[in-house]
Write a protein that binds this ligand. Structure first.
Ligand SMILES: Nc1nc2c([nH]c(=O)n2[C@H]2C[C@H](O)[C@@H](COP(=O)(O)OP(=O)(O)OP(=O)(O)O)O2)c(=O)[nH]1
Ligand SMILES: [Mg+2]
Length: 317
């Protein structure tokens, strides 16, 4: 698909109870009946925050002060391409009404998943609700205690989601280390996925992260829907496989070159976006990224960043 993408701005409007305002597309609009974040198309030359304030006035009759960007999602639909630029609304006055005949709903963040939304909105909901960083653990080396202490330090720096990788070791040590890591993470309410045998993950009560080769060999979801499933992807074909398996999110890269894959150049943000627009899955960007790169990653439609070094070592590693 080559035509230019339509620039759309939308707002996350919250009330005093932390609920978020959704607006329902009317039967005469495209994507009829789906719930969305209020907003609309940017006019040529119009700044994003100005366009959003104008749309919120036209559609809801509120006066809004536009705040920080949340995420910008490039998305291809069958007949058009859009870039959905979502911003927090810092403050607003007035009483929101559906001025174009649309239904409105105030929705608690944990209930957003119950509303049918256009594909571009799924990464937006993930950016609102799910961790923005996904730590991939480094090889444990010889010292299990030091590796567990490193995991503990990363969690103390606010890592909320972890992929445990324990390759090249005897199964008994793998099971023991996974069990200890899972206990540590669960106690601190950190989401854990194991990059390895689904049976071991189930025994440890954690989610499953599929390598791209495991993903390619998988014919059906290896765990029930209640157990978190993710996959590493490098191509559109793999993103489609992850979607078909019902993955909750994916990791896509490498965006930049990284010491863990010497000699492999990064795909860069333009190629990342070109893949991003063909799936509705939340995507963590990986490859030479650290927390300082989160804003840039979000501008390219990533739900967050995944990293070994960038999240394991010192905050600025
Ligand atoms: N406002 C908004 N639009 C979204 C979201 N998700 C999503 O895919 N879209 C799509 C639907 C539309 O194709 C496009 C927005 O166009 P629109 O028709 O609402 O634009 P508008 O408010 O300027 O309305 P109009 O004057 O063109 O009728 O973006 C979302 O969360 N909010
Ligand atoms: Mg609109």
């Amino acid at each position: 698909m080559s035509e230019r993408s339509i620039e759309v701005v939308a707002g996350v409007i919250t009330d005093a109870r932390g609920r978020i305002l959704l607006s329902r597309r009317t039967p005469t609009q495209d994507l009829p009946g789906l719930w969305e974040f209020p907003g609309g198309k940017r006019e040529p030359g119009e700044a994003a925050d100005h366009a959003l304030a104008r749309e919120l006035d036209e559609e809801l009759g509120i006066r809004a002060v536009i705040g920080a960007p949340l995420i910008a999602v490039p998305q291809a639909y069958p007949h058009k391409r859009i870039r959905l630029d979502v911003r927090h609304v810092a403050r607003w006055t007035g009483t929101p009404r559906g001025r174009e005949g649309q239904a409105l709903a105030w929705v608690a963040p944990e209930r957003l998943g119950r509303y049918s939304m256009p594909p571009a909105d799924l990464p937006v909901v993930a950016a609102l609700r799910q961790p923005s960083a996904y730590l991939v653990t480094p090889e444990p080396g010889d010292d299990d205690a030091e590796w567990l202490a490193g995991l503990d330090r990363a969690i103390a720096r606010d890592v909320r989601r972890v992929q445990i990788r324990l390759h090249g070791m005897p199964p008994s040590r793998q099971a023991r280390l996974l069990g200890e890591a899972a206990t540590l993470c669960v106690r601190r309410q950190v989401d854990v996925l194991f990059n390895g045998a689904p049976a071991l993950a189930r025994a440890a009560g954690v989610g499953v992260h599929l390598s791209s080769s495991a993903l390619r060999g998988m014919r059906e979801r290896p765990v029930p829907p209640s157990v978190r499933l993710a996959a590493s992807c490098h191509s559109l074909e793999e993103l489609r496989m992850a979607e078909a398996l019902g993955c909750d999110f994916v990791v896509l890269g490498h965006v930049h070159a990284t010491p863990s894959h010497p000699g492999v150049p990064g795909i860069g943000w333009p190629a990342f976006e070109a893949l991003r627009e063909h799936t509705a899955l939340p995507i963590y960007a990986i490859g030479g990224l650290a927390p300082a790169d989160l804003d840039e990653a979000r501008r390219h439609g990533a739900q967050g960043i995944a990293a070994i070094r960038g999240l394991w070592g010192a905050a600025d590693a």
